[in-house]
Each structure stands twice: as C-alpha cells, then as structure tokens.
Design a protein around this ligand. Structure first.
Ligand code: GDP
Ligand code: GDP
Length: 438
C-alpha cells in the first residue's frame, strides 16, 4: 500500500511548489501521453525505493464557513482524515501566524501522524528559522526550501520511514488472498455500488473483512464462474442485510489507493452523461499507476440511439489515451453485460501478468526494428540489441543497446504498440525502458 502524504497549510506557504517537486519525476513519465488529463492536486512520487501518493490540499482556510472556500476546506478535511502522514507547511520567512495555530489545532486533533515543515529557508540558519514554530506543539520543525530542494529528500525519507518499502510490500502481496484484485472506479452516481451488488449478489461472497481502522480498505472476496476475485472498495461500502450500500461520499484518495492496490481496474462511465473532467482525471490515475483496465459504460438501458452514438464519440475524443482497453456497454441495474466485463477483466489480468522470455522478446524487438528502424539523430543512430522483461502489471520491457536516449517518444509508442500486438496483450498498458551501454 503506497502511503498517502497530505500537504496542508495556509495559502502561499509553498504547498504547490513542494507538491510539484515531489511529483515531477513521475510527470515526465506520462507527460507525453496525448490527451491525458490529470488532477494537479493528486500525484505519484518516489524517493529511492519508496513510492508514495502526494495530495495538495490547496487554499485551506478552516475559519471560512461557506462558499467555495468552505467547500475546499471540506475536501481538505476529508484528505486529512484519510492521510497516512500529514505535512504541515509553514512559512519561515513570514514567521508564525495566528492562522498557523488554528490549523495546528485541527491537525493535532485529527490524530494522523504529523510533520511540521518550515519552508522558504534557503540561505537561512535552520535552527534559528525553526525555533519559533516549536510552540505549535507539532513536534520538531523540519526546515526546507521547496523552491531550491534543500532538505526535501531528507524530509520525505523521514516521513516514509514508518512505512514498508517496495521489497517488503512484495512479500506482503504474495501472502494475500488468491485471485484477481479488482477495483471499480468512477465518479459519483455512475453506478459503482449497483454493479458491486450485482456482482456480489446471492451467495458469492466468500469473505468480507471489516477494516480495523478507517484507513484500511475494505476487501471482499467473491467467486464467479469458478474464478476468484478480491474486490477492493473505492466507495466506502457497508453491508446491510444482503446488500452493500455506500456510506460515504466519493473520495479521490480512496479511489487512488484502490487503483494502486488493484491488478485490474474497471472504469465505470455513465452513458446518460457526457465524459467529464472527473472521468478523465480518474482515467489519468489509472494510466499513471500502470494498471490493467476495462471500461464499462453503464446505464445503457436508459439511453436512446442518439445518446449511444454520442457517448461513443465522446469516449473516443476525450479518453483516446485509453485505446488499449476493451469497452463494454452494460446495465448494472439489470445485470446486463456483466459477464463480458469479467471476461475482459480475466484477459486483462492475464496480459498484465504475462511472462515474456528474453529470446521471444528479442526476436520480436528485432522484427519490429527491421520493419521500421529508429530515426537517426544527428550523428547517432540508436541501436536496439536485445530485450528482457523487467516487471509485471504493467509488463515492463527493458531494451538494451546503444544511444537509446536519442529515441524519440513517437518511436517508443511504436514499440509499445508493436509489443502489445505481437504478444496479444489486451487490456494492459506496457512500459518500455531503455538501457544504453554507451
Ligand atoms: P501554496 O499557496 O501554499 O500552494 O504556495 P505556492 O507553492 O503557490 O507558493 C507561494 C509563493 O511562495 C510562490 O511565489 C512561490 O514561488 C514561493 N515559494 C515556494 N517555496 C519557496 C521557497 O522554498 N523559497 C522561497 N523563497 N519562496 C518559495
Ligand atoms: P455510485 O455512486 O457510483 O455507487 O452509483 P450508484 O450505484 O449509487 O447508482 C447511482 C444511481 O444510478 C442510482 O439511482 C442507481 O439506481 C442508478 N443506476 C445504477 N446503475 C444503473 C443502470 O444500469 N441503469 C439505470 N437506468 N440506472 C442505474
């Protein structure tokens, strides 16, 4: 489970500067995917072997009681409640303000692990800048400069110390329940709970773990057509009699966490509505996480031929970066099309976990290069020599050769498409990495 770090503080202390610094390297990885829309308040970060999710709560003003600012405060409060660690940012140049004290109270009361971060301290004496903030009662002040990067890695190292790193997590996953880990993601009211109830209907539920803390995701094991699945909740489900119902409002953080923990994500869209920014943002999270994906366009029963045509065009236009995923038109309410979705989930899982041997990959690579070589770049022509598999879910293909840093993105895309095609990997994205020996 990737820890979620939530950045909180009054406006202008440098939250978004820090957020951008933490998430920038991951940005570069997906920046060239045309059409991908992202929510600039949520992002992936990584320091060494430690990946995390970062949340920027924006302009947090707890004293305002209504209007749009109040709505932002409400969302910030939800993020605080769901945080694995809070980074409380204050401004070392302005010094301590009354508003900082109000926020400090609120954060202390949340009971979440809390780190006090004094920003904008480049060129200043750390001990002196930090001193006046002790009185906030939020622990030892950590002094940084988000703009210059001073102290940032040390800070994040310290914050992440409390959480298992990637290697430890891999061990955990092996001991988990068998079957496909599945998340159903989508904005409010697309029909997630309805689909979940249809899936879990009757006696298919094998085990249902109530979480030990609010932070633990609910996991539900169920069986269908002889296959086992573990559903990772994004909706805040509670069991009431035979059915599950949603007990909380839509949570971006829960959605992000569930996507991270899933093997395959079913992205639900509502056929009666146009594709919204929120749909595109969720799609962006799924791409960034590299998850296998199936798209389910729900409420197909409720729309006429005109609307059906329109939503198809809308998906092609606004979610064109999801071209690798199968699309199903379903009615969660009437149980129509669900079998097809699960069939595609199985295929996407198989593709995401495919084992590709070095000889097979190398043969495929050489054939693809033979058909169309990489463009010459100045004096260099990149030489692609062999390939091996560097990971699964998503499959990572590591290509070895010379001058590979000269390969343009368009050629990388061509390689991606070719490998997906040759190995018939339906429903998973694929990652290409280059290792140059010169
Ligand atoms: P937010 O409102 O908390 O998200 O703050 P921003 O990240 O937008 O930063 C507010 C202002 O502080 C901007 O003008 C930033 O350039 C500036 N700033 C952010 N971090 C630093 C820093 O480490 N040092 C200095 N001197 N300025 C900074
Ligand atoms: P969630 O917020 O994504 O969990 O959405 P819900 O499952 O609560 O559904 C929102 C609304 O859409 C409810 O009124 C459902 O009855 C309705 N709904 C869900 N699936 C379908 C469907 O397949 N067809 C129709 N016509 N309505 C649906």
């Amino acid at each position: 489970m990737k820890p979620t770090l939530v950045l909180v503080g009054r406006p202008n202390v440098g939250k978004s500067t820090l957020f951008n610094r933490l998430t920038r390297s991951r940005d570069a990885l997906v920046a060239d995917i045309p059409g991908l829309t992202r929510d600039r308040h949520y992002g992936h970060g990584r320091i060494g072997h430690r990946p995390f999710l970062a949340v920027d709560t924006g302009g947090f003003e707890p004293l305002v009681k209504d209007g749009i600012v109040h709505e932002m405060a409400r969302q910030a409060e939800a993020a605080i409640a769901e945080a694995d660690a809070l980074l409380f940012i204050v401004d070392g140049r302005t010094g301590l303000t009354p508003q900082d004290k109000v926020i400090a109270d609120l954060l202390r009361r949340s009971g979440r692990p809390l780190h006090l971060v004094v920003n904008k301290a480049e060129g200043m004496d750390r001990a002196v800048v930090g001193a006046e903030f002790h009185e906030l009662g939020c622990g030892e002040p950590r002094v940084i400069s988000a703009a210059h990067g001073d102290g940032v890695n040390e800070l994040i190292d310290l914050v992440l110390e409390a959480f298992p790193d990637e290697e430890e997590q891999k061990g955990d996953q092996l001991s988990g329940p068998p079957g496909i880990r599945l998340a159903i993601a989508g904005r409010p009211n697309v029909g997630k709970s309805t689909l979940i109830n249809t899936l879990l209907g009757e006696d298919r539920v094998i085990a249902f773990d109530m979480p030990g803390t609010t932070r633990d995701a609910i996991e539900i094991e169920f069986e269908k057509n002889g296959r086992q699945y573990t559903l990772i909740d994004t909706a805040g489900l509670r069991r009431k009699g035979k059915v599950f119902e949603t007990i909380e409002k839509f949570s971006v953080i829960k959605t992000l966490q569930a996507i991270e923990e899933a093997n395959v994500v079913v992205l639900m869209l509502d056929a009666s509505q146009d594709i919204s920014d929120q749909d595109a943002h969720i799609a962006g999270f799924i791409i960034e996480a590299g998850r296998a994906l199936v798209i389910a366009v729900n409420k197909w029963d409720a729309v006429d031929a005109y609307r059906r045509e329109r939503i198809k065009i809308d998906i092609e236009r606004k979610l064109n970066f999801l071209g690798f995923a199968r699309v199903h038109y379903i009615s969660a309410l009437h149980g129509q099309g669900i079998g097809g979705v699960l069939g595609s989930v199985d295929k996407a899982y198989a593709a995401a976990m495919a084992k590709l041997t070095t000889p097979k990959l190398t043969r495929a690579l050489l054939a693809v290069v033979e058909k169309q070589g990489p463009p010459r770049h100045g004096l260099f022509r990149p030489k692609l020599r062999y390939a091996h598999q560097g990971g699964s879910n998503p499959p990572i293909i590591v290509i070895h050769g010379n001058a590979l840093d000269q390969i343009p993105d368009s050629y990388t895309r061509y390689l991606e498409r070719s490998f997906l095609d040759i190995f018939k990997l339906q429903g998973t994205p694929l990652q290409i990495r280059f290792k140059s020996s010169t």
